[in-house]
Ligand binder design. Structure first.
Ligand SMILES: C[S@@+](CC[C@H](N)C(=O)[O-])C[C@H]1O[C@@H](n2cnc3c(N)ncnc32)[C@H](O)[C@@H]1O
Length: 305
């Protein structure tokens, strides 16, 4: 299956355009479902109907609908995909990007090539962690390199961020990351089985500072209940934020979820419910800058009971 990319879409994929225009597009260059994620046209002569199962984004609610059906935790930011990111997208995309699908994902199939020489072969022995909103992927790549036997399924809707993480995956030769360039809320709803995850990472979710925008915050009781249900007993949910009012909201929401227990309250009562920074989470450029400016950072680690 292949896709003819019209020039308007090629422009959106930045430097990828030149390389794609100068060579034939084969069946792995840009998977049709990724093309759908990038709002490219359906491939001609599509026979398996896969692309048609991916909902099209229109970018706005129909005129006769007062409010969109679901409030999203993100807005699609403009951003330039660099030549290096586009190259990584073309080269690694077919192996690393997973299309959104409205049915449960088979992780055994998805990670079948990811076993590390010398690492455990048994998939059950390789923990599975979901990351929501990896931004430019700095922390994601660092943690994946540190924990090579853990499998990471990472969701992000910011297209240059997807390109940036793919580039890091190529540069660091990482084999334990898969990316879903789609709204994590829909991924949780449709692609993840109950009690299937060993961990969830949500680092610096958009704080939506203004009160009228607080409803867009990702971490709210209904989503936390769904995440908790997808964790295995003993699995963890790790959030970090540098916005104190959001930290307080997260602490309250996680504390009220009956499927979760606060790991830190017993071990670090002096932190009033917050956790020390776990060793695997790096200090990113963004966070270091915040620390220099005197901003606080709050980690929260809860466990599935
Ligand atoms: C403030 S950034 C933080 C990025 C990164 N975790 C870091 O620490 O630098 C939050 C990211 O979450 C992404 N995001 C927000 N809601 C999302 C959702 N529902 N699904 C996937 N990504 C989402 C945004 O696109 C954005 O890149």
């Amino acid at each position: 299956m292949w896709v003819v990319l019209p020039s308007r879409n090629l422009a959106r994929l930045g430097g990828l355009s030149a390389s794609l225009q100068s060579r034939p597009v084969n069946d792995t260059a840009i998977p049709a479902t990724l093309a759908a994620e990038y709002d490219l046209p359906d491939p001609p002569n599509s026979s398996d109907g896969a692309a048609s199962t991916v909902p099209r984004r229109t970018g706005r609610a129909p005129g006769d609908v007062a409010y969109p059906k679901a409030i999203k935790s993100f807005v699609r930011r403009a951003g330039r995909t660099t030549t290096g990111q586009a190259k990584a997208l073309a080269e690694l995309g077919p192996r690393v990007l997973l299309p959104y699908q409205p049915t449960a994902l088979d992780f055994e199939a998805v990670f079948k090539d990811a076993a590390r020489a010398g690492g455990p072969n048994d998939l059950q022995a390789r923990p599975l962690v979901l990351e929501i909103g990896f931004g430019m992927g700095e922390a994601t790549a660092h943690i994946a390199a540190l924990l090579p036997d853990t499998r990471f399924v990472c969701c992000e809707v910011h297209e240059p961020g997807v390109g940036a993480l793919l580039k890091r995956i190529g540069e660091q030769d990482l084999h334990n990351i898969r990316i879903i360039a789609h709204d994590a809320v829909e991924v949780i709803d449709h692609m993840l089985l109950l009690a299937s995850l060993d961990g969830v990472h949500i680092f610096f979710p958009d704080p939506w500072h203004k009160k009228k925008h607080n409803k867009r915050r990702l971490i709210q009781a209904p989503l936390v209940a769904k995440l908790a249900a997808r964790l295995k007993p003993g699995g963890y949910l790790h959030c970090a934020t540098d916005w104190q009012p959001y930290a307080e909201q997260i602490l309250e929401v996680l504390g009220a979820e009956p499927q979760l227990a606060n790991r830190a309250s017993a071990s670090h009562p002096e932190l009033a419910g917050y956790a020390p920074k776990p060793h695997y989470r790096p200090l990113t450029k963004f966070e270091n800058r915040g620390i220099r400016l005197g901003h606080g950072v709050w980690d929260l680690v809860f466990e599935r009971v």
